[in-house]
Design a binder for this molecule. Sequence first.
Ligand code: COA
Length: 577
Amino acid sequence: MRILFLTHGFNSLSQRLYAELTADGHELSVEFDIRDSVAEEAVALFAPEVVLAPFLKRAIPPSIWQRCLCLVVHPGIVGDRGPSALDWAIQEGEQEWGVTVLQANAEMDAGDVWASRTFPMRAAAKAGLYRREVTESALACVREALSRVVDWRLGRWRPTHLAEAGGRGRQRPPMRQRDRCIDWQRDDTATVLARLRAADGLPGVADALFGEPCHLFDAHPGPRDAGVEPGACIARRDGAILRATADGSVWIGHVRRQGAAQMLKLPATVAFAEQAAALPERPAALMRAADDYGELHYRESADGCVGFLAFDFYNGAMSTEQCRRLEAAIRRVAERPTRVLVLTGGLEFWSNGIHLSRIEAAESAADESWANINAMDDVCAAVIGLTDRLTVAALRGNAGAGGCFLALAADLIWAHPGVVLNPHYKNMGNLYGSEYWTYLLPRRMAAEPARRLVEGRLPVRAADAAVMGLIDGCFGRAGDDFAVQMRAQARQLAADPALPARLEAKRARRTADEAAKPLARYRDEELVRMHRNFYGFDPSYHVARYHFVHKTPQSWTPRHLARHRAPSGCRAGGMAA
Ligand code: COA
């Protein structure tokens, strides 16, 4: 089927749907929802059988939905309407939520129901639920809806009118900051967490820290017995600030300060550097209780043969400091007598490479980019250098750009079918990239497919990545099931009698590779190109980064997505009936 994605941006859900529907054999093109006339032009050029709206912030114009079947993904249960669907569901403690695919009509979210799914809610931030539960349900709904298109055209099936669909959802207004506000004197930890999670990643909760207005993000439960006045700031850890609630405390990882030179979302201790420095540091031991907040976490299998190192950096972004801490952690866990080290990244993202917001906020973005990429390369080098044990990158969440190539530093890469990889740098202003990718990628793929991959700039499903050899295994169902299987497979690897021979071969290969071309030379060559990106005449990277971190609305759709606008892909034609 010819399907045009009409979307506000190519976000995680759009990427997953794009990759899955491509694999299903559909012919896809993408147009960003910039203005009605542009969308109309896209429909005329592509002549889609279906317009799919995975992520829209405004209604589809009648000029399109009256002439072409338009299916809209709404992140809410049947009957739910409004732009803050998930926000209300989280804040009001819904136990079960869902996704509905509706046919666009004159009223926003009020079209006929083509498909719906429900899922149990998880104690997670809105963006996390969106990337996992909503995305999985949306995929199932979209597949079901598409499977009905032919019958619908032939009059053999009809969607259900919203009024007849019988859902318990209802029209909700947009959630405003007054609905989100926290009463630190009265609200308990559960209430504070629900409010912060309902607002994360956007728009955050408008509040104040140290008497300064700011928006709060990235909340985690803290110790129960804070023993101080509710609302008081108690301590700092890994960029977060611990703040007392009425019955305990929460860690607040990120804030966006009002009135700051740049209104960027930054680690709380960076945004309030002076004030946070006066707070006692409460360092997190690498090995500690799983529910004790901290970015780095290490545990071992019961027999001590497998180590699992998690690095749960907010949004998968890795600043210079975070890279330094991760590198130190890798060196520490390398002292443990494990045979297999599994790098489990974060729950939401495995890694998204260097920290573009920290770079944007730095006095010299070029200098910070340089420091960050060097620190990132040091992390990669530390992983590549672990020749006395097998290393595995276990992707519980998506990985993009440098974060994807960091995974390639491990001997084996595993992911579950819900994972989407973006193994390319060019979307960020033609960034050349480092992380030893010029060494690591050819180890896995032949030159031509590798070139197509990095030039193509498209999201790749874990299943496809496994077929092309970019990763080694795609298994389990999303989330917990993958974690269970991944742990079992890691233990099997460690117990495998062939492991010593495997490690011997690994060392021999590293030695031979080093003799053929030292790792340092790969790094130097990549960094020469990166230096040009950061300090050269062409400002594309700085411009792209600025737009990315400030979320500048799209003003055009990149050609690699808008295939209907590519010269060869241009197909004149009217709209499908
Ligand atoms: N640095 C800082 N923030 C980052 C980041 C990075 N490298 N990668 C992602 N983020 C942030 C986004 O700004 C967004 O922030 P929000 O919480 O304020 O909404 C959040 O992470 C989620 O990112 P988003 O783009 O909405 O996620 P996605 O799943 O739709 O897309 C990517 C994933 C990886 C394609 C996209 O985030 C991306 O292109 N990231 C930049 C990768 C990169 O170029 N890194 C630098 C070169 S190594």
